[in-house]
Design a protein around this ligand. Structure first.
Ligand SMILES: NC(=O)c1ccc[n+]([C@@H]2O[C@H](COP(=O)([O-])OP(=O)(O)OC[C@H]3O[C@@H](n4cnc5c(N)ncnc54)[C@H](OP(=O)(O)O)[C@@H]3O)[C@@H](O)[C@H]2O)c1
Length: 358
């Protein structure tokens, strides 16, 4: 694998981001972009000029632009952050890529897996980078999980744990009825529902822990207002690993997983985002009952943005990287594309009430 450019090595000039959409998540990501060295926000677009200008003035952005096309064509935009409802991600990520802009796109990447593949292919043809804004994958703690999983039967170094062969993974992500009227998450035509919104994390966690897709998926769903409101799924992964996932809009906030090996398990109750004002945390449980707590401070959104900037730097320095079969971004792309496939399999299973084979 080609080595990544370390964030601290980011070359000037800064990458200028343009933002599509002025919703809830935009507030957080604009601040994160503005506070990441090597990035700045040059413009924001809304469907209306009033809102674009209000947002630009409120958040210290030089240009508030009416219309997403307008923003994408600007010369002072190098990369576009797509913060729109899921049903609009494909159209605007593709348009940005075709205009030669790198793309940071909110999760879920799209509403189905064929769209996800088209988006990835379009970016590849345009030689622009793309990344889904799944920030937990970039937390330093996630690197620990990767190391523990890779060395589950042969732990190495300090703070290493012997999990034994992986046997079961479980994940649950939910929150309770958080909506205001008109919320896109309650509108099927905009890609609403808990499966795309929260299943992206829960199913993505199972895919991450197994480094691939399951062989079978069996799912059930409670629908409300035309969108999935509570989804439960069981899966069989290769190497005799089973998995379960739950996501819901009608249970208390949950963002946990358990990765169970033959000798110990990792338990984490905040994997998508640490609880407010607390460091990221978790526990390794041994068979004897001994528990090893761990915690880790890291700004996962900064790490995510730094990673994208590092990829942009690396291909600016060496364009031949675009042709490499395996790159620093390959794993992240596989994670996103396969998570979308997994969500589609869950959706098919719950609609048809049948086991789906992948
Ligand atoms: N990564 C995370 O932690 C995280 C957290 C929350 C949400 N998200 C994801 O981010 C995306 C946006 O979520 P959000 O909660 O920010 O959404 P939101 O508050 O509903 O905002 C979406 C924005 O999209 C624009 N838009 C364009 N067409 C629209 C339409 N037909 N209906 C509604 N809005 C429309 C609007 O901006 P203008 O009117 O200004 O054009 C709106 O403000 C989703 O994919 C969501 O899953 C990610």
């Amino acid at each position: 694998m080609t080595p990544e450019t370390a964030p601290s090595e980011h070359a000037s000039p800064p990458i200028r981001f343009g933002i599509l959409g002025t919703g809830r998540i935009t507030r957080r990501l604009v601040a994160d972009l503005q506070s990441t060295p090597g990035a700045n926000v040059s413009a924001i677009a809304s469907r209306t000029s009033e809102r674009a200008r209000w947002y630009a003035d409120s958040y210290g952005i030089a240009n508030g632009v009416e219309g997403y096309s307008e923003l994408i064509q600007r010369d002072d935009v190098d990369a576009v952050y797509v913060a729109l409802p899921p049903s609009l991600h494909e159209e605007w990520m593709m348009a940005a890529a075709q205009a030669g802009k790198h793309v940071l796109c909110e999760k879920p990447l799209a509403t189905d897996s064929a769209a996800t593949q088209r988006m990835a292919d379009t970016c590849q043809q345009a030689n622009v980078h793309w990344l889904d804004a799944t920030a937990w994958l970039h937390h330093d703690r996630t690197d620990l999980f990767r190391t523990w999983l890779a060395n589950a039967t042969a732990p190495q170094g300090e703070n290493a744990f012997r999990l034994g062969a992986l046997r079961h993974v479980s994940s649950a992500v939910s929150f309770f009825n958080p909506f205001q009227s008109g919320d896109h998450r309650q509108d099927a035509s905009l890609g609403g529902g808990c499966l795309l919104d929260l299943g992206w994390y829960a199913a993505g966690m199972l895919r991450f822990a197994n480094n691939g897709l399951p062989q079978t998926v069996q799912a059930q769903c409670v629908m409300r207002g035309g969108v999935p409101y509570r989804v439960t799924a069981m899966m069989d992964f290769p190497n005799d690993v089973s998995a379960t996932m739950s996501c819901a809009f009608d249970t208390a906030t949950r963002k946990w997983f358990e990765i169970a090996g033959e000798e110990a398990s990792i338990v984490c109750d905040d994997f998508t985002r640490p609880w407010p004002d607390k460091p990221a945390r978790g526990w390794v449980h041994e068979a004897s009952g001994k528990v090893h707590p761990f915690s880790c401070e890291c700004h996962q959104e900064h790490r995510m943005i730094e990673r994208l900037l590092g990829w942009i730097d690396s291909t600016q320095e060496d364009a031949s990287l675009w042709q490499s079969a395996e790159t620093p971004w390959s794993d992240y792309h596989r994670q996103a594309i396969e998570t979308q496939r997994l969500l589609e399999a869950i959706e098919t299973s719950m609609k048809n009430q049948q086991t789906v084979t992948l």
